[in-house]
Design a protein around this ligand. Structure first.
Ligand SMILES: Nc1ncnc2c1ncn2[C@@H]1O[C@H](COP(=O)(O)OP(=O)(O)O)[C@@H](O)[C@H]1O
Ligand SMILES: [Mg+2]
Length: 393
């Protein structure tokens, strides 16, 4: 081979090698850069992940806070479209499980008064407040506060408070009616006596008897009203002492005998001689017995029998008041211990509708319970339990 050819060949080989070396170096540097890059990307991803987790945790906290609030809370955007709302809003407006986010507010609240209140807030950028009645029974207090991007609406449910107000109004109206009836009877009796009946001894005695009956009713109502205000004022301390419940029953039966007699009913008691002592506030338990016996007399037509008995059972003494009266329909039985509940308002013979609610409250505060069994037309038996003064175990 010629020298020149050898030189050319070796120059070509050398430049090829050089090119390869350069390429390798470039590749190595590119690889180093890409490793740097991927490290940076990884750390960025980590940071992002942490930030998102933090945000999710914050959102979770906010959500649980909002769902725990009993007040309704919702956000709308500038177009009055729903951005978010809490659980209370769901309950208040009885929402189906639809997605309301992004929909006009009216779809959610279905009430033009509420919708226009929020519109007004958005339009004027001023806080708006109103009390709104929905479907006659729901009452809401609404406050719409303008925000930069829409409005925040606070919904307070007043339905429960309004319901209580109504119950109270009805109660006062009913009570004054119930009180007026015996007073009107007393007035009529007094007038009849004045008009001459007083001179006929037999008629006069009969009227006196009737006066007593009306006074029984009035006295019971006044005593129940007093008891109600005692209960409502809260902590009435019970004066608990070890007591002989048979003696308490005897006392009350003695006191109520004349009343039963006037109503033409026989009031009896039956207690075994060896009843264990109970721990009670005697005055309160007397009130329970009076309420139950008063009812038994009131709801038993003349000629009936009322029996008050007691027996020991496990850790309690059970006291029963049984009558042979009108009885209570099965549908009403679960409700008679509720305040103001009367089976037959027209036939109830006057009363506050509170006697049994009071009795239940007193018995429960002694750690006992009260229940009723009844067969309509045959009679009713009310039984309450009282814990023993000393455990028998
Ligand atoms: N011994 C009973 N026999 C029949 N019904 C009764 C008897 N006791 C209570 N009830 C029913 O339970 C209702 C509630 O009793 P209560 O709370 O004492 O109210 P009130 O006696 O003022 O009507 C009564 O109105 C009556 O309908
Ligand atoms: Mg009563």
């Amino acid at each position: 081979m010629e020298i020149s050819a050898i030189v050319i060949l070796s120059v070509t080989a050398a430049s090829a090698v050089l090119a390869a070396v350069l390429l390798l170096d470039r590749l190595r540097r590119a690889d180093r850069r890409s490793r740097h890059l991927s490290k940076a990307v990884n750390s960025l991803t980590d940071q992002l992940r942490q930030a998102t987790a933090g945000l999710a945790a914050e959102k979770e906290k906010l959500n649980s806070l909002l769902s725990a609030i009993s007040e309704g809370f919702l956000l709308v955007d500038k177009e009055n479209k729903v951005v978010m709302f809490n659980k209370a809003v769901e309950h208040m407006f009885n929402l189906p499980p639809d997605d309301f986010i992004g929909l006009p507010l009216i779809n959610l609240v279905r009430d033009h008064e509420i919708d226009s209140l929020v519109r007004q807030c958005l339009g004027t950028s001023h806080k708006q407040t109103a009390t709104v009645e929905v479907d006659k029974v729901k009452h809401y207090n609404l406050t719409a506060v303008p925000l930069e991007e829409g409005a925040f609406v606070l919904v307070q449910n007043l339905s429960h408070i309004r319901h209580l107000e109504k119950v109270r109004q009805d109660f006062v109206a009913n009570i004054s009616h119930e009180l007026r009836t015996p007073i009107a009877s007393l007035k009529a009796i007094a007038e009849t006596l004045q008009d001459g009946a007083v001179d006929n001894r037999e008629v006069a005695l009969d009227f006196l008897q009737r006066i007593q009956i009306e006074i029984d009713k009035l006295a019971q109502m006044v005593s129940e009203l007093g008891e109600l205000s005692l209960i409502e004022s809260g902590d009435v301390p019970l004066n608990m002492k070890s007591a002989d419940v048979a003696a308490v029953i005897e006392r009350v039966v003695g006191r109520m005998a004349a009343q039963a007699d006037r109503a033409g009913n026989r009031l009896e008691m039956g207690t075994p001689p060896d009843l264990p002592a109970v721990r009670i506030d005697e005055d309160r338990i007397e009130q329970v017995l009076v309420n139950l016996i008063h009812n038994a007399i009131k709801f038993t037509p003349p000629g009936g029998r009322i029996n008050v008995s007691a027996r020991a059972e496990k850790e309690n003494v059970l006291v029963s008041v049984a009558d042979t009266g009108a009885g209570i329909p099965p549908d009403d039985l679960p409700h008679i211990f509720e305040r103001f509940y009367k089976v037959d308002k027209a036939r109830s013979g006057g009363g506050t509708g509170l006697g049994l609610a009071i009795a239940k409250h007193i018995v429960r505060s002694h750690g006992g319970d009260v229940g009723a069994e009844s067969e309509p037309g045959k009679g009713s038996t009310f039984t309450f339990s009282l814990p023993l003064a000393e455990s028998r175990r």
